[in-house]
Design a protein around this ligand. Structure first.
Ligand SMILES: Cc1ncc(COP(=O)(O)O)c(C=O)c1O
Length: 491
């Protein structure tokens, strides 16, 4: 492809994305006639070929229907279109590249969803780990058996009572991180070809897990409140369009919101009534900034599976997680046996000791307060530096911010590469969806705190986004040039 052809391709995709947003938002209703090729070309300052390609793209994606001699119309099926489960395509080369780079060495760590080592009590954990190995060196010489270290399980059970969950320790399985817990939960309850509803934007590891298990997906966008559109989700349940809902209901990654308890109760009741499995990844629940830690779905339905762990609160390197389901416990344990046999005991002993006597609660309070400060600093910097039209999330906990430019105003794949060459890591939006709907978004991590390098990186990203927006407005919308340098708005 020549650079001219590549540029044209980027333009018609941007134009198609813009029209899609108007359709998705309801501004363009099903059956509405879309502007003609000539009108689109004039309105957006593109060639007629580019305008036609944009309309054809919408047609291929079933957003638009072509009617002979009449032009293009918003597809009648547009409301239902997103709610059809789709097979997730294998990763394209660019996404693979981005995933390989996210998390690899870089100077300014805005790409991950965890923190610098001073956020965690690592010295203390190192001492506890040493003690755990010294107390019983024989443990290191024997095969790991069972479902986990009983005192750790007892602590998890005790703590879950504070957020509405009454766990049976026999149905609790300790895993190698939350990712293994999630993988076991999916394999225990679903089969290839089943359809799964997920929140959109969706944690990219989850999307790839679903893909590797041959599961189909329905990406349910967030509503105005920043968490999943509940009506849309319930419609999927009622139509039995999905077999499961896999959710990051508490401090969602990347949006940072929690589904409020009353909405969880309604979702859980509907899921139970329609035989739909809820699998929750609650790894960020303990990082919630508010007074009351949000309740998991298990507090509203005994059928929900709950996955969590200590990678976001205590020590990412220890890789200790857990999965709970009374109903599926036997199958989970069998799958664990063929997945990784068991989970190493010394890290479990160290964490159990930290939870019992190590001041875990005081540590959690400090962690939450530090994260809240760091999120506020980063958010203020984005609001101050980024151009008008940028939107930024308002997280209720966790590590990350979601930044959204106007649709079509940013090619985040390019931004990602450009930033990387300057040693700045970001998580590009497109890895959070199975299609191009977040190509104008990215996720930033506040976990590494605020310093001059981060300040300079934010300035640099804001400048690139401003340039990209200015180019976009010149090329696509001569009458709607936005001024730069004014504050970004909340999502
Ligand atoms: C939503 C979510 N679940 C799970 C994990 C990873 O958990 P673990 O490291 O315990 O496997 C992450 C890490 O970023 C995450 O964002």
């Amino acid at each position: 492809m020549t650079s001219q052809e590549a540029w044209q391709a980027a333009r018609y995709r941007q134009l198609a994305e813009r029209i899609k947003v108007s359709i998705d938002s309801g501004a363009l209703q099903p059956g509405t006639r879309l502007p003609s090729v000539r009108t689109l070309a004039a309105q957006y300052g593109v060639s007629q070929t580019t305008a036609l390609n944009a309309l054809r793209t919408l047609e291929n994606q079933r957003y638009a229907e072509a009617r002979p001699k009449s032009g293009f119309f918003v597809a009648q099926a547009s409301a239902a279109r997103h709610d059809q489960a789709k097979v997730i395509a294998p990763l394209d080369e660019q996404t693979e590249l981005h995933l390989a780079l996210v998390g690899s060495e870089c100077r300014v760590r805005l790409d991950l969803a965890n923190g610098s080592s001073d956020l965690y009590p690592l010295e203390k954990m190192a001492v506890l780990l040493r003690k755990a190995s010294q107390a019983k060196p024989a443990v290191l010489g024997t095969a790991v058996k069972g479902t986990g270290y009983p005192p750790l399980k007892a602590e998890i059970v005790r703590r879950a009572l504070h957020h509405g969950c009454n766990l049976d320790p026999d149905a609790l399985l300790i895993t190698n991180g939350c990712i293994e817990a999630l993988s076991l939960a999916l394999r225990a309850t679903l089969s290839a070809g089943d359809a799964v509803a997920v929140e959109s934007p969706c944690y990219f590891v989850l999307l790839h897990m679903l893909q590797s298990l041959g599961l189909r997906v329905v990406e349910v966008p967030a509503g105005a409140a920043g968490y999943v559109d509940v009506d849309r989700l319930l419609a999927l349940f009622e139509n039995r369009a999905v077999n499961a809902f896999v959710t990051l209901a508490n401090i969602n990654n990347p949006l940072g919101k929690s589904i409020p308890s009353p909405a969880k109760a309604v979702i859980a009741a509907s899921a139970d009534a329609h035989g739909i499995v809820i699998i929750e990844d609650d790894i960020f629940g303990d990082t919630a900034f508010g007074e009351q830690r949000p309740f998991p779905f298990l507090a509203f339905s005994p059928n929900a599976l709950l996955c969590s762990g200590f990678s976001k609160t205590l020590a990412p390197g220890l890789r200790i997680g857990w999965v709970y389901s009374r109903q599926h416990s036997r199958r989970l344990m069998m799958l664990k046996y063929t997945s990784s046999m068991g989970t190493s005991i010394p890290p479990q002993r160290a964490i159990a000791e930290m939870l019992c006597n190590g001041g875990y609660d005081a540590h959690l309070r400090r962690l939450r307060s530090t994260l809240a400060t760091q999120i506020r600093q980063l958010r203020e910097a984005v609001v101050y530096s980024f151009p008008v039209g940028t939107q930024v999330s308002e997280p209720e906990g966790g590590y990350v911010l979601w930044v959204q430019m106007p649709p079509g105003a940013l090619n985040v794949r390019e931004l990602f590469i450009k930033a990387r060459t300057r040693g700045i890591g970001i998580a590009p939006g497109h890895i959070f969806a199975t299609d191009g709907r977040y190509d104008h978004c990215f996720r930033l991590n506040a976990g590494f705190g605020w310093d001059q390098d981060v300040a300079a990186a934010i300035e640099q990203l804001a400048t690139w986004c401003g340039e990209s927006l200015a180019v976009d407005n010149r090329a696509l919308s001569p009458n709607r040039m936005l001024s730069l340098g004014k504050p970004a708005t909340p999502l």
